[in-house]
Structure formats: structure tokens, C-alpha cells
Design a protein around this ligand. Structure first.
Ligand code: ATP
Length: 241
């Protein structure tokens, strides 16, 4: 089967800095792919190119067989690419429900009924375990619950590709455990691209791992292959004692 997502020679240059430098990358349908790498490796820039927040300096992006290289972000959302931000992006003064309903309304409004909107929002909240808190002000949620709300905001768009940028940052150990279960569940119906620093989370979730360094792919493989790759150990994981 053809990959869901492919990039060829994908590059983003800021002045003299190649933040993403000629990346050839593909993700199969149904896969959970982790993207790891040291700070400044280009991970956020890479996924920002995929979701259309920024445009590349060179290279192409194909999604489901279609060239989306220059497609605006909202059109990519309609094709099924959802991105949850690294920085908490909930509207604190809106209810939990409205936070989830709004992106659906904004991006998928054409021809959708209110009933459909309600159903999609409640289903996403139920998926992350926030149904009981639907009427709460989002700003009153704990930090961990706000991160889950962001995931629900992505899920409500019924994505085919869900991009999670450092989703476990700031979560407690218990919340991380639940989060791993949630992503496993999500991956039954969507392909997941996960930027993550927490290696136990990566090892628990990823089918394959891509290691970025200096804007380039340093290594790619299964969790076992990456764990035993000496270049990765040097560059990122720290050589085991
Ligand atoms: P982290 O793990 O710290 O989030 P990252 O792997 O996501 O890092 P990026 O945020 O993609 O890395 O940054 C890659 C490089 O590009 C860094 O050197 C960063 O300073 C630079 N960079 C990112 N965005 C811009 C920008 N808008 N203008 C100039 N330089 C940028």
C-alpha cells in the first residue's frame, strides 16, 4: 500500500540556518511514528511544514497521493491532517465543550448540522475522558486535563493523521500512563506522528522511530533498532554505562 504521507527533499531555511534539510520521509497508514532528536534538531519545524503552518524553502509533501506542498493549513485540516500544539492552546474562558466544538465548526462547517457538531465534540471528549467536564471553563482544568483537551480538539476533526507535538510535557507519571493508552486507542483509527522527548513513551508507542539531528534524518527504524544504534546513542540517548 502507498504511504499516507511522503516528503521528498523537504527543507526549511531561516537565513543561513537549515532547520530542516532535505528530508525524505514516509509514514504508512495506521502507523505510530515517533520523531525524536536533540533540542533544535528541527522536529517542530518539520511537522509545521507538514501541517502547513509554514511553507518549505524546497521539496515536496504528498498526503494520500496528493501534492499538498503549498496547500493552506485549513485545507490540509479538511484532508484529515490535525496538529496539536506544543504550547497549550485552549481558550481559557470558553467551556471545555466549546473548545472542542469551535475547531470543528470553523474547519468543517459546510453542510454540517448542529447535531453533528455536538456529536463529534462529545465523542472526542469521551475519547479523552473529559465528558464529565464538558461544561467547565477550560481555564479551570488541571494542566494535564488541558493537554487532553488539546488532543480532543484534534480528534474532533476526525483526522487521518494526528500530529502530537510533545504531548506529555508537564504531565504527571499517572497522566502519562493514561496518555499512552489513549494514543494506542487513537492509533486504531488514525495514523499518528508523535514528537516526544520522553523515551519510555516513545518506546511504548512507536512502531517506527525517526531520529532528526541538525535538520536531517540521522537514523530510522524500529524501537529496538534505534535503541541499539550507536550513532543515536552518541547523538541523543547517551551511551549506556
Ligand atoms: P525542541 O526539541 O527544542 O522543540 P526542535 O527539534 O523542535 O527543538 P525546531 O524548533 O524545529 O527544533 O528548531 C530547529 C532550528 O530552527 C533551531 O535552531 C531554531 O532556532 C530554528 N528556528 C525555528 N523556527 C525559526 C524561525 N521562525 N526563525 C528562525 N529560526 C528558527
Amino acid at each position: 500500500m502507498s504511504p499516507l504521507l511522503t516528503t521528498r527533499g523537504l527543507s526549511k531555511q531561516y537565513g543561513g540556518l537549515r532547520a530542516v534539510d532535505g528530508v525524505d520521509f514516509s509514514v504508512q497508514r495506521g502507523e505510530v511514528r515517533a520523531v525524536i532528536g536533540p533540542n533544535g534538531a528541527g522536529k517542530t519545524t518539520f511537522v509545521s511544514l507538514i501541517c502547513g503552518r509554514i511553507l518549505p524553502s524546497a521539496g515536496t509533501i504528498q498526503f494520500d497521493g496528493r501534492d499538498i506542498t503549498t496547500l493552506p493549513a485549513h485545507r490540509r485540516v479538511r484532508l484529515g491532517i490535525a496538529y496539536t500544539f506544543q504550547i497549550t492552546s485552549v481558550f481559557a474562558n470558553l467551556s471545555v465543550f466549546d473548545n472542542v466544538a469551535l475547531p470543528v465548526q470553523r474547519t468543517l462547517s459546510d453542510g454540517r448540522s448542529r447535531a453533528h457538531l455536538h456529536e463529534a465534540a462529545m465523542e472526542a471528549l469521551s475519547h479523552v475522558g473529559l465528558t464529565d467536564r464538558a461544561d467547565m471553563r477550560a481555564g479551570a482544568l488541571s494542566y494535564g486535563h488541558q493537554r487532553l483537551l488539546e488532543v480532543a480538539m484534534g480528534l474532533a476533526l476526525k483526522p487521518r493523521l494526528l500530529i502530537l507535538d510533545e504531548p506529555t510535557q508537564g504531565l504527571s507519571d499517572g497522566e502519562i500512563e493514561n496518555f499512552i493508552g489513549l494514543v494506542k486507542d487513537i492509533s486504531r483509527s488514525a495514523t499518528v506522528l508523535l514528537i516526544e522527548h520522553n523515551m519510555p513513551v516513545v518506546m511504548a508507542l512507536a512502531d517506527r522511530i525517526t531520529v532528526l539531528e541538525g535538520g536531517r534524518i540521522l537514523a530510522e527504524g524500529t524501537p529496538e533498532e534505534i535503541r541499539s544504534d550507536s550513532r543515536v546513542q552518541h547523538a541523543y540517548l547517551g551511551t549506556p554505562a
